[in-house]
Design a protein around this ligand. Structure first.
Ligand SMILES: Nc1ncnc2c1ncn2[C@@H]1O[C@H](COP(=O)(O)OP(=O)(O)OP(=O)(O)O)[C@@H](O)[C@H]1O
Length: 336
């Protein structure tokens, strides 16, 4: 099956400066695909190309097998009807009720009044806001506003939902609620979701696959568990680190050093990399170990993380234990 959204060698320049350079990406139907990057990496530009608010400078962009870069405006409107958008600042009409906000795209699409009312009620039920139908956006919390935004985006039954920093204005707890709602949109309605974010926690909560964007280029892409377990690019490692906090930062390291004078090593943990046997055997070499820092998380069916260990004992014994660890996993010396 061909991908639902496909970038083929897409470059987008603004006045000679490339916001996106030679991007290849394929989003499969039914998945939640996250695009992560720092401010200015080109994330919003990527979204604006998919819903044809901007035109590619070169390359092609296929939505459901159709190259939208060559479509006339009339046909682009049809493509846009199949794409819902959720925004960071919600973009609700403040002067209209919740009901009218959700009904708006149906009105534009020419739905009859009775059909609109039925559909809006269905959507408000889905997002849990039926009791707020006659309130105005200013009377709602941020999380409620975004739930209205999601209901509105789904009104015309789009196959694709683009969520551009949809949770960036929300506190962590509300972020979790909104992400769980988006996940339900994906699993219950089969809507393909592209999530744009600068937060790895968002990626971890919701994505099936993730692409890392840096300076307008895709520098890493893969299934969530692979990218988390084995981030290859420095930028990806830093993003993963923001979620896992499994390695001591400079300050933590300085504190650890004061209390733990032995040799400190950080060993990566994955389901297929077992360090238990190596550590059990350390005693027979006269080596003691302490776990001084670390974190292990589960992601789907896999566990990953890392542990920082202090090894104390005769130098050759410690060296043997480190070699034993290196034989089964990746090991980094810490602060030597
Ligand atoms: N309409 C435009 N005109 C000129 N330059 C633009 C335009 N839109 C984006 N850019 C530039 O393209 C680059 C990528 O911007 P983009 O908004 O896509 O990044 P982003 O990753 O979404 O960042 P942010 O999260 O800050 O919005 C930036 O250098 C930006 O200044």
């Amino acid at each position: 099956m061909s991908p639902l959204i496909e970038f083929r060698g897409v470059t987008k320049s603004f006045g000679g400066t490339a916001a996106l350079s030679d991007v290849d990406l394929a989003v499969e139907a039914g998945e939640v695909f996250a695009v992560i990057g720092h401010s200015g990496a080109g994330k919003s530009t990527l979204v604006r190309l998919v819903n044809a608010l901007e035109k590619v400078t070169s390359g092609s962009l296929l939505v459901d097998g159709v190259d939208i870069t060559t479509l006339p405006e009339r046909r682009l409107r049809e493509v846009r009807l199949g794409i819902g958008m959720v925004f960071q600042q919600f973009n609700l009409f403040r002067s209209r009720t919740v009901f009218a906000n959700v009904a708006y795209p149906l009105k534009v699409a020419g739905w009859a009044k009775a059909d609109r009312a039925e559909r809006v009620t269905e959507l408000l039920n889905f997002v849990g806001l039926v009791d707020k139908a006659w309130q105005y956006p200013d009377q709602l919390s941020g999380g409620q506003k975004q739930r209205v935004g999601i209901a509105r985006a789904l009104a015309t039954n789009p196959r694709i939902l683009l969520a551009d920093e949809a949770t960036s204005a929300l506190d962590p707890e509300t972020t979790g609620e909104v992400l769980r709602l988006l996940k339900r949109v994906n699993t219950e309605f089969g809507v393909t979701i592209v999530v744009i974010t600068h937060e790895m926690e968002v990626v971890r909560e919701i994505a099936d696959r993730v692409a890392v964007l840096e300076g307008g280029r895709v520098v890493e892409v893969g299934p969530l568990h692979e990218v988390f377990a084995d981030p290859r690019q420095r930028i990806t490692q830093r993003f993963v680190q923001t979620v896992l906090r499994d390695r001591p930062d400079a300050e933590a390291l300085a504190r650890l050093r004061e209390r733990h004078p032995g040799r400190l090593v950080t060993a990566r943990l994955r389901d297929d990399q077992r360090i238990g046997a190596v550590l059990s055997a350390a005693g027979s070499r006269g080596v003691r170990f302490e776990v001084v820092h670390g974190a292990v998380r589960e992601l789907g069916a896999a566990s990953f993380g890392s542990l920082t260990l202090e090894l104390v004992g005769p130098d050759d014994g410690v060296a043997e234990v480190v070699a034993g660890l290196r034989a089964v996993t990746e090991v980094e010396e810490v602060g030597r």
